[in-house]
Design a protein around this ligand. Structure first.
Ligand code: 8Y7
Length: 292
């Protein structure tokens, strides 16, 4: 099998099979986990580290640390606050765990500070469009995940999503972002793409994008898929955010089958099991290997 790898700073990620990225939200107001690390508005780094450890033991290859809630309608947070939230957590995660640490941020100052702490991936839902973000990302020399979002940001993106052809529009946007990255010297093998499920998209848009994810994969860059516990899962299953595991696992499997390289999830252990099951069934030569 062709081994595909992603150079993430000092670490190299084997992406010849889908890698699970565990979500580490350092926000008091995340929609999906509701600020589980906060007690009376005080961040508990211990609680974050325990959760991260469980994710690593369960098989996460990447931990995605974010200090800005990007749920629909979320309020903005100051750069100082974001730095305060994420830097101590990144520092500890780097020390304690042998996985790639990804930074979920759009702010150039946060990206710059975190890259000095040795993060291995920049995950920006705004595709490095804030002034200065592209330049600090290029300087960091680590992979960047470019995500599609329609609208100005989480505050307004869900008001009225509209597309000519959602696949074509998303692919065109992503290719424009690739060109911007290459113009500042970011190598092609350091770029990941993401259709941005839930970011300025109706249910129909999200379902179409998942169904046709292979077309985005065919652009030739590793694709990150993030559907875990999202509204699209709630809309189909009729379930509240705490009851979306089954629906989320189905979307993870679909994304993996269509070629996604990274699957961003809250429920790492369950997703790893589901992906291992998928791999066992799809593996070439399994008939021989498991013949009795
Ligand atoms: C995504 C993401 C979120 C996603 C990438 C949530 C930070 C909302 N979603 N990053 N971030 N892709 N690359 O529900 O889909 O987790 S936050």
């Amino acid at each position: 099998m062709l081994v595909r790898t992603l150079r993430c700073g000092q670490r190299t990620l084997d992406i010849s099979r889908p890698v699970v990225m565990g979500v580490v939200n350092v926000t008091p107001d995340s929609f999906s986990d509701g600020g589980i690390y906060y007690r009376q508005n005080q961040l508990s780094i211990d609680a974050v580290l325990r959760q991260a450890e469980a994710m690593v033991i369960s098989g996460a290859g990447v931990l995605d640390v974010g200090g800005e809630s990007t749920r629909p309608g979320a309020l903005t947070v100051s750069v100082a606050e974001e730095l305060d939230r994420v830097l101590p957590v990144i520092e500890q995660l780097k020390q304690q765990f042998d996985v790639v640490i990804s930074l979920d941020s759009s702010q150039p100052q946060v990206i710059e500070a975190a890259s000095k702490l040795g993060i291995g991936l920049i995950n920006d839902v705004r595709s490095l469009t804030l002034p200065g973000a592209l330049e600090v990302a290029a300087k960091a020399g680590i992979p960047v995940c470019l995500m599609h979002m329609q609208g100005e940001g989480p505050a307004t993106m869900q008001l009225k999503p509209e597309y000519g052809n959602v696949i074509e529009d998303v692919m065109e946007f992503l290719q424009q972002q690739v060109a911007r990255c290459q113009a500042v010297g970011i190598a092609a093998d350091q770029i990941l793409l993401d259709p941005g499920f839930g970011f300025g998209k109706s249910l129909g848009h999200n379902l179409t994008l998942l169904n046709r994810l292979d077309q985005i994969v065919a652009l030739g860059y590793p694709v990150l898929s993030g559907t875990s516990r999202k509204t699209m899962v709630g809309q189909v299953t009729g379930k509240d955010v705490s009851q979306r595991l089954g629906g989320s696992l189905a979307t993870a499997i679909l994304a993996a089958q269509k070629g996604a390289a990274l699957i961003r999830v809250h429920d790492v252990a369950e997703t790893v099991d589901a992906l291992n099951m998928l791999e066992a069934v799809c593996q070439e030569g399994w008939e021989i290997k498991f013949d009795t």
